[in-house]
Design a protein around this ligand. Structure first.
Ligand SMILES: [Zn+2]
Ligand SMILES: [Zn+2]
Length: 327
């Protein structure tokens, strides 16, 4: 397999496309950054408006899985990052981290997946894989965790998300999606699913048994909202776990917490082991998300509907049938 270092990419690209040979920093266009031509929908700046976008992805490395994207869910987080509401986004930005598809190529050292497998990528696409969090299957809490879109790989190149024709990812960050699950309904499990599964599975029986009662509440709301009514619903010793990420701080009423010895906690997605467990659990019990499948050119309208909370089911983009390169 051809192996090219990040440094070599820059040289190859520079010899063909000297965008900035005089400057300190060599600017390589998204189309020339990597050897494989790719296509998706991106936003160019914080307006958040998405449109067709040509870019590139790396060749399949020895530990990588390349897959054709079939469906990608629209998470509320996508809305936050396309508009840079958390202040961390880099542009151009392709959102999407509830990505499912079919493996088309696997590297020589890939063990757990093969060509033809149904696979998925969720919120993260990399981590240091050596810190305490990574060693304890909690890559989601790694200080060097790399989000699937709008971030940078360790080599400085951009991570582009799943509103695109194909993905390349290290197999550690790719889950195997059980064959019996319909892929459009499985897509949202990769972020929304594991986000709610993770605090549930961590809470020793007590919370599992309490599902549907008010011993525990998983608050998935991603916009500013009052916590007092939720805290009021908890029994004494109850736990409110926040998994949504509003763009502004929430007001925390302390008095009712003290009076009931109640706990407010946070949780973000899940580790890779947990993500695989979650989707296997979903496969075993035939659990999928209720979804509204949309064509990719509906994505801006979908985002507007998300802002207006005019959504009944999770939006999932039918990438395979509707994403078409214009050339
Ligand atoms: Zn998400
Ligand atoms: Zn780590």
């Amino acid at each position: 397999m051809l192996s090219i270092t990040p440094g070599a990419y820059t040289l190859v690209a520079l010899s063909k496309y000297p965008y900035d040979i005089g400057g300190e920093k060599v600017v390589v266009s998204p189309e020339q950054e990597h050897p494989k031509k790719a296509f998706g929908w991106a936003t160019r700046y914080s307006s958040g408006v998405l449109s067709p976008f040509r870019f590139s992805r790396r060749a399949t490395g020895e530990n990588d899985v390349t897959f054709k994207v079939l469906y990608c869910g629209i998470c509320h987080t996508d809305l936050h990052i396309v508009k840079n509401e958390w202040g961390l986004s880099t542009y151009p930005l392709i959102p999407g981290h509830e990505i499912v598809g079919v493996a088309t190529e696997v590297g020589s050292k890939v063990e757990k997946l093969k060509v033809g497998d149904h696979v998925g990528v969720g919120y993260m696409i990399g981590a240091c894989q050596s810190c305490d969090s990574c060693s304890n299957n909690a890559e989601n809490y790694c200080p060097e965790m790399i989000p699937t879109s709008g971030a940078k790989y360790h080599d400085g190149t951009t991570t582009y998300g799943g509103y695109s024709d194909f993905m390349v990812a290290n197999e550690h960050f790719v889950v195997h999606v059980p064959d019996n699950l319909p892929l459009h309904g499985a897509a949202p499990l990769l972020c929304a699913g594991v986000t709610t599964y993770s605090p549930l599975s961590r809470d020793d029986g007590q919370m599992k048994a309490a599902l549907g009662t008010m011993d525990g509440i998983i608050d998935t709301v991603s916009a500013v909202h009052p916590l007092l009514p939720l805290i009021g619903l908890l029994k004494n010793n109850g736990k409110l776990v926040l998994v949504g990420a509003p763009e502004k701080p929430l007001e925390l009423p302390v008095f009712p917490l003290l009076m009931g010895r109640k706990i407010v906690a946070g949780s973000v997605v899940g580790g890779m082991k947990e993500t695989q467990e979650m989707i296997d659990f979903a496969g075993k019990h035939n659990i999928t998300a209720n979804v509204e499948v949309i064509p990719v050119d509906y994505v801006n309208t979908a985002m507007e509907r998300l802002i207006k909370t005019d959504v009944t089911y999770r939006f999932v983009i039918d990438i395979a049938n509707t994403l078409k390169s214009t050339s």
